[in-house]
Design a protein around this ligand. Structure first.
Ligand code: HEM
Ligand SMILES: *[C@@H]1O[C@H](CO)[C@@H](O)[C@H](O)[C@H]1NC(C)=O
Length: 311
């Protein structure tokens, strides 16, 4: 799709292809079926129109049905998920969750957390990797293809572990442009102190706290050249020590979501699909060029050149 459009028009929107690929990928990965093009065109515009308005809701996780999603459209989505997720709903019932409630949650997690996340984060990652130029692209293509070759030609989890630069690039994309609302606030439940590099603050129960995430994700005391995209930032032992300061998931990258910590339940899934995107791009292409703008949902990216794999 992208290649044909690029050949005929000289450029191709990454976002359009990304939406369709993300939806099909999620259908196959989570429900073992292909969400057909037909369904995509029925649902795609609804999801796309809805996203900017509910973006706050995604991250507040209020799980209410957004009012602008008219009932009929929501029901069509709901039917699709009910038909596609029989065995998952059986599991839910065994765990004491009603089929109906489980189905609403599956719909939410697939369409808004997963699809929404890929829709916002993938163009942003493509922007940063694209703008880093052919030097980085060659390094990535070399690393990725050699790891695949030494794993019998397959993209496995083990093969991806042998791609340190690719992993660092994904972490750096998540650090520099975390696909979350940057404002965080909450009311203190008890008295405590909070510490910055050079100060200690007393917080009283009931105080309203406000945080601006970029102060942490672009902290110049932690990160060298914080405003720059450094592809190899997380390489090696030094780099690995910085991972605890990668915070997109509402917690350190070195920790895992639990029932008690409000960290993103899809954390590992998000990292995995982001790695897969970079791997698939550089299996297929030696290099690519982008044209970048902004949209309601972050970056808007056109591909203006794709150089097919030559080695
Ligand atoms: C790029 C994609 C994603 C981003 C940026 C993201 C980000 C976040 C953030 C910041 C939170 C914390 C919200 C809060 O303040 O309470 C969160 C929670 C959550 N995320 Fe994600 N998420 C993404 C994808 C996913 C996916 C794919 C899933 C599931 C498959 C998922 C499931 C959840 C759930 C269930 C919670 C609630 C956890 C809790 O409150 O205990 N997310 N996510
Ligand atoms: C992408 O291409 C379309 C069609 O030529 C154009 O309207 C749009 O402004 C371009 N976007 C960027 C970010 O340059």
């Amino acid at each position: 799709m992208v290649e044909t459009e690029l050949a005929s028009k000289g450029k191709a929107s990454f976002g359009d292809a990304n939406d369709q690929a993300a939806f099909n990928f999620l259908g196959k990965a989570l429900y073992g079926c292909l969400i057909t093009i037909w369904v995509f065109f029925q649902l795609g515009p609804i999801l796309t129109l809805g996203l900017p308005k509910i973006i706050g809701e995604i991250f507040l996780h209020t799980f209410s049905i957004p009012p602008f999603l008219i009932k009929r459209a929501y029901n069509r989505l709901y039917e699709f998920f009910r038909e596609s997720s029989g065995s998952i709903l059986d599991e839910a019932e065994k765990m004491g969750i009603s089929r109906e409630e489980a189905c609403h949650n599956l719909l939410f997690v697939t369409c808004f957390n997963s699809f929404g996340g890929m829709k916002i984060f993938f163009p942003s990652m493509l922007k940063w990797v694209g703008q880093s130029g052919v030097g980085l692209h060659t390094q990535l293509a070399t690393e990725i293809r050699s790891a695949i070759r030494s794993n019998g030609g397959q993209v496995t989890m083990a093969a991806m572990e042998q791609m340190p630069l690719m992993k660092s690039v994904v972490y750096e994309s998540l650090r520099i442009d975390p696909p979350v609302v940057p404002f965080q606030y909450g009311k203190a439940k008890k008295d405590f102190t909070v510490q910055s590099h050079d100060n200690l603050f007393e917080v009283k129960a009931g105080d309203m706290l406000f945080g601006y995430q970029p102060f942490a994700t672009k902290d110049p005391i932690i990160f060298e050249k914080p405003e720059e995209f450094l592809p190899g930032r997380f390489l090696g032992e030094e780099g690995e020590r910085l991972l605890k300061h990668v915070l997109w998931s509402n917690g350190p990258e070195t920790e895992s979501p639990t029932v008690g910590n409000k960290q993103c339940a899809g954390k590992d899934f998000v990292v995995m699909v982001s790695r897969l995107l970079v791997v698939e791009i550089f299996r297929r292409y030696d290099s690519f060029e982008v044209e970048v703008g902004t949209s309601a949902l972050g970056s808007s990216v056109n591909l203006t050149a794709l150089k097919k794999a030559t080695f």
